[in-house]
Write a protein that binds this ligand. Structure first.
Ligand SMILES: *Cc1c(COP(=O)(O)O)cnc(C)c1O
Length: 452
């Protein structure tokens, strides 16, 4: 029996267990996603805005394959938790949600990234998908598609309140308003929303960030006034991401758009931990060890010899590399290695005879694998090929021996968002608690092999 550093899996059936075994034969690593955690995170976010009757709806942001958690299962879990909107950046994913059976009777869908010259606006409008518009070319393209189809486009006007990305600037807004008013009068478009995006998560210790958010809010409200004066008052205003959903009730407006909170993380470790906000990380990334062997002191580990074993020791291979989305920047260096920098690599939880222990990536992350210096004899530690190790999971953080994606983000000098979205699809995504969270007709929409 090999040892397991990951929590026990809550199998829903014998078939679930068989699916797990099959996934392990298919690939030596698995991303296990807890749909109950995701549903409960959404429930918590809905409660945070005041509940279903509050006048504020919540959108589950499921762009980029639901931050790597799997588009459809995540969308369904968000809906089970009380989301009444779904949002994607790319229109392809919005269409996919409708094609996979999430109809307009279930929820609104908004999509927002495209250039105005080559977009399937006709398909989007036909599938009752709300579209964002933030450029004059975009308005023209939406109008052309709506006219061709003979159906009004539901439009959310994107304003640049200070992010400096999408949306109309205050200077360009009169020209946009003129077009929008005309098209709304003709019945070609229906102006549903006005929206914008915040540039920084409020960090209590960074007053400039708080101030810049306040400036963005003032700008946002000024845009609303101009829309009202033009006669196209938006009925749904939305500005809040996860950070503002959690800590800025005054800008919940009619809709908030949390993404990372749905997956169980706070947006910025400076704000606290998932626990601070009663969120539970939904994904656990685990792998089964490859070769475990003894090596001598001074042995170079991996490309570039950036890590030399300080003593006689054992090493273990973790069969995940940068081709899986494990950041090469999460490599580990030591003071003796070629680079002469002391930097621990990403953390991995390994079960030993004495209990779980955190090791760090030693040397460079390779394409399909990385190496751990076990700092001792594997035989004495009871670590063997085939053992299941955990890179991150629903824990409290590395300091508690429970690494999270935030710890990997620190090791790789990035953010948890990028840790998740980089995980390639060759790693099987498997879903815990699916039958408990999803109605039978939703469960039937999932890939049956993915249900644990
Ligand atoms: C990604 C995204 C969100 C969600 O942001 P989180 O920080 O993950 O909550 C909201 N709105 C827009 C426009 C986005 O692109």
């Amino acid at each position: 029996m090999s040892m397991n550093a990951a929590p026990e899996i809550a199998f829903s059936s014998e078939q679930g267990k068989a699916n797990y075994e099959a996934a392990r034969r298919q690939y030596p690593a698995q991303a296990i996603v807890d749909l109950k955690a995701m549903r409960d995170n959404m429930r918590h976010l809905v409660a945070t805005v005041g509940g279903p009757q509050s006048g504020t709806a919540v959108m589950g942001v499921v762009k980029a394959d639901a931050y790597g958690h799997g588009l459809l299962p995540s969308a369904l879990a968000a809906l089970a938790g009380g989301a009444t909107w779904l949002g994607t950046a790319q229109s392809h994913e919005a269409l996919l949600l409708r094609q996979l059976g999430i109809g307009p009777d279930r929820c609104h869908i908004l999509t927002w990234v495209y250039n105005g010259t080559a977009v399937p606006f006709d398909e989007l409008i036909d599938n009752d998908i709300d579209v964002s518009v933030g450029s004059l070319a975009g308005i023209d393209a939406i109008a052309a598609a709506a006219r061709k189809l003979g159906k009004a486009a539901r439009v959310h006007v994107k304003v640049d309140s200070g992010f400096g990305r999408n949306g109309f600037t205050p200077e360009g807004f009169d020209a946009a308003l003129a077009k929008l008013v005309q098209l709304a009068q003709e019945g070609v478009i229906e102006v549903i929303g006005q929206w914008s995006h915040l540039a920084v998560a409020d960090s209590p210790d960074v007053p400039e960030f708080v101030e810049s958010t306040e400036r963005q809010i003032a700008n946002f409200n000024a845009f609303t006034d101009r829309m009202k004066q033009a006669g196209i008052a938006p009925s749904i205003r939305h500005l809040a991401n996860t950070a503002a959903t959690l800590d800025r009730p005054e800008i919940h407006f009619e809709l908030t758009r949390p993404g990372i909170g749905l997956y169980g993380y706070e947006p910025d470790p400076a704000m606290g931990t998932p626990n601070t906000y009663k969120l539970k990380p939904a994904m656990r990334l685990q792998a089964q060890l490859g070769t475990v062997k003894d090596v001598e002191a001074g042995h170079g580990i991996s490309y570039g010899r950036t890590y030399l074993t300080p003593q006689n020791t054992s090493t273990a291979i973790v069969p995940l590399g940068y081709a899986d989305g494990i950041h090469r920047s999460a490599s580990g260096f030591d003071m003796e290695g070629a680079k002469h920098v002391d930097k621990p690599g990403g953390p991995v939880r390994v079960m030993t005879k004495q209990g779980p222990h955190i090791y760090h990536v030693s040397g460079r992350v390779c394409m399909d694998q990385f190496i751990l210096d076990l700092h001792g004899s594997a035989a004495e530690l009871g670590i063997a090929e085939g053992d299941t190790v955990e890179l991150f999971g629903p824990g409290r953080g590395e300091e508690y021996g429970e690494p999270t994606a935030d710890d990997w983000a620190r090791a790789a000098d990035t953010i948890s968002y990028e840790i998740f979205t980089c995980l390639r699809n060759r790693i099987p995504r498997l879903y815990e608690h699916a039958p408990e969270v999803l109605a039978p007709e939703d469960l039937a929409k999932l890939d049956p092999k993915s249900i644990l």
